[in-house]
Design a protein around this ligand. Structure first.
Ligand code: SF4
Ligand code: SF4
Length: 426
C-alpha cells in the first residue's frame, strides 16, 4: 500500500487517519469475509478490489482525471450513472459505513443524526476518503431531511456540490420535477466535463449501466436456489462494490461469478446446508464497511438471500429503456426508470411493501429482517406499518434499529437467535 502514499498525500488525505481507517477496514474484512467457508472462487476478484479500494482504483481515477475525464461522487441511487457515463465521466458512491471520526462530525452536525450522514462528515473532516477528495463534482439530493440540510453544511467543504431536487410524491408533477432536475443535471455535467451528451453517448451510458444491473440481477436469481450458492455477506459485498468499480470490468466479474454459481446450483452445492433458514433483509442501505447485521445473522445459523435496499434490489431492479431515438426520449426513459425507486422518503410508498412481499415469496424466505439506521426517520416510521402488514399476512418480521457501533452486537445476536427459534417453530 505504501506505493500509493504520494497519491494519497497529493489528494490531501490525512495519512495517519487514513492508515488507521485502512487498518480497521482490513481487520474487519479478514474476520468477516476471509473466514467464511465454501466461498466461490469468483469472490477472489472482489477480495482484490477491496484490497485495492483505496489503491489501484484511486490510481485509475487519477489517471482518468489526467486524461480530462471527470469523477462524479454521489450519495444516493437517484443520481443517474447513465448521464455521468454519457459525458465519459466516472461515477463513484460516497456513502460511508464506518463509525470514524464521529467526534469531528458532531462538531458540525447534530449528534442525533443517522450514522450514514455522520460517517460522511467524519470521513470528510478526517480527510480519509480518497473518493470524496478525488470527486470533481459531489452530487447531493433532497431526499431525507437529514441529508437535505447537511448538504448546506457540506457545500463549503467540497470542490463543487450540486444538489438535485427530488419529488416526495409519485404524482405527475413529481415526475415532471424529476425530469427537469435530470435535464439541469445533464447541463451541469456537460459544463463541468466540456463534453456534449449525444444520442450515441447516452445510449452507450444506458447500455453500460443496464449491463451492470443485469449482472447483479442474474446473481440475485441464483440466490433463489436452496442451498444458497453464495452467502448474503458476499452478495452484499458485490452490491457494495457496484458503486466503486469500473462498470465494464465489474459486469464481467459478476457474470464470471454467476457462471460458477450456476454450476454450484446444478450440483446442489451451497455455502450453508440445504434447509438453512432463509431471510430477506429490508430497509436502509448498507455502505462499506457496514457488515454488522449480515455477519450476525449468518453466524447465527441463517442465510440472507436478498436485500430490499438501495445497496440491493431497490437500486438495481429496474433497467432503463435504451431504444429512444433522441436525447429527449432517452431522458424520458431515464426519468421513468428512476421514478420507480421506492425509497421511504416518498409518501405514500406502497410499492416497497409489495416488493418485500414478492421477495419473501420468490426467494422462498422464512422471514424478513427490517433494518433501520438510528435516527433515520423515513425507514423507522415506515417500519411499523411494514411490520404490521407483513405479520398480518403471516410473514415473520424482526425489526432492528442500530448504528455503526459494535456495542449492541450481543443484543442483536440474542434477538436474531430468538427470531430464528420462532421461525423453526412455525
Ligand atoms: S434510501 Fe433513499 S435516500 Fe438513501 S440512497 Fe436510497 S433512495 Fe437515496
Ligand atoms: S439512512 Fe435514512 S436518514 Fe440516513 S441518509 Fe438514508 S434516508 Fe437519510
Amino acid at each position: 500500500m505504501s506505493d500509493y502514499t504520494q497519491m494519497w498525500s497529493d489528494l490531501g488525505l490525512d495519512l495517519a487517519g487514513h492508515d488507521a481507517l485502512l487498518s480497521v477496514l482490513g481487520g474487519a474484512y479478514q474476520d468477516i469475509f476471509l473466514s467464511q467457508k465454501n466461498r466461490p472462487e469468483g469472490m477472489e476478484y472482489f477480495d482484490f478490489v477491496m484490497s485495492e479500494v483505496h489503491g489501484l482504483r484511486i490510481k485509475e481515477l487519477m489517471e482518468a482525471r489526467d486524461q480530462g475525464r471527470i469523477v462524479v461522487g454521489s450519495y444516493c441511487v437517484f443520481v443517474p450513472e447513465e448521464l455521468v457515463l454519457a459525458v465519459d465521466g466516472i461515477s463513484v458512491g460516497l456513502c460511508a459505513g464506518a463509525e470514524f471520526n464521529f467526534e469531528g462530525a458532531e462538531e458540525v452536525v447534530p449528534r442525533n443524526l443517522c450514522p450514514l450522514i455522520k460517517s460522511a462528515f467524519g470521513f470528510k473532516r478526517g480527510l480519509v476518503c480518497p473518493y470524496l477528495e478525488a470527486s470533481d463534482i459531489v452530487v447531493g439530493e433532497n431526499t431525507c431531511d437529514g441529508k437535505k440540510k447537511s448538504y448546506e453544511i457540506l457545500a463549503p467543504m467540497v470542490n463543487d456540490l450540486y444538489v438535485v431536487d427530488l419529488p416526495q410524491m409519485k404524482s405527475d408533477s413529481g415526475k415532471k420535477l424529476l425530469r427537469e432536475e435530470y435535464r439541469a443535471f445533464m447541463a451541469k455535467l456537460e459544463d463541468k466535463s466540456a463534453r456534449q451528451i449525444t444520442l450515441d453517448s447516452l445510449k452507450k451510458g444506458i447500455a453500460v449501466t443496464n449491463a451492470k444491473r443485469q449482472a447483479v440481477k442474474r446473481l440475485a436469481e441464483l440466490r433463489k436456489a436452496d442451498p444458497a450458492p453464495i452467502s448474503g455477506l458476499d452478495a452484499l459485498l458485490v452490491n457494495q462494490i457496484f458503486f466503486y468499480d469500473d462498470p465494464v470490468r465489474f459486469t464481467a466479474s459478476v457474470n464470471a461469478l454467476c457462471d460458477e454459481l450456476e454450476e454450484r446450483v446444478k450440483k446442489g452445492e451451497g455455502v450453508f446446508p440445504k434447509g438453512t433458514p432463509r431471510l430477506v433483509i429490508s430497509g436502509c442501505p448498507m455502505a462499506v464497511p457496514n457488515w454488522k447485521v449480515p455477519f450476525i445473522v449468518e453466524s447465527s445459523g441463517a442465510v440472507i438471500v436478498g436485500e430490499e435496499s438501495c445497496v440491493g434490489e431497490r437500486g438495481t431492479r429496474w433497467l432503463t429503456a435504451g431504444d429512444g431515438t433522441s436525447v429527449e426520449e432517452l431522458l424520458d426513459a431515464i426519468t421513468e426508470r428512476y421514478f420507480n425507486i421506492d425509497c421511504a422518503v416518498f409518501t405514500p410508498n406502497p410499492s416497497r411493501l409489495q416488493h418485500i412481499e414478492e421477495m419473501f415469496g420468490s426467494y422462498n424466505a422464512r422471514g424478513i429482517v427490517h433494518y433501520s439506521l438510528q435516527f433515520c426517520h423515513p425507514y423507522i416510521v415506515e417500519s411499523g406499518p411494514v411490520e404490521n402488514d407483513l405479520e398480518g399476512s403471516g410473514i415473520p418480521v424482526l425489526r432492528l434499529e442500530t448504528d455503526y457501533s459494535q456495542e449492541d452486537t450481543g443484543q442483536i445476536k440474542t434477538r436474531v437467535e430468538a427470531f430464528l427459534e420462532r421461525i423453526h417453530k412455525e
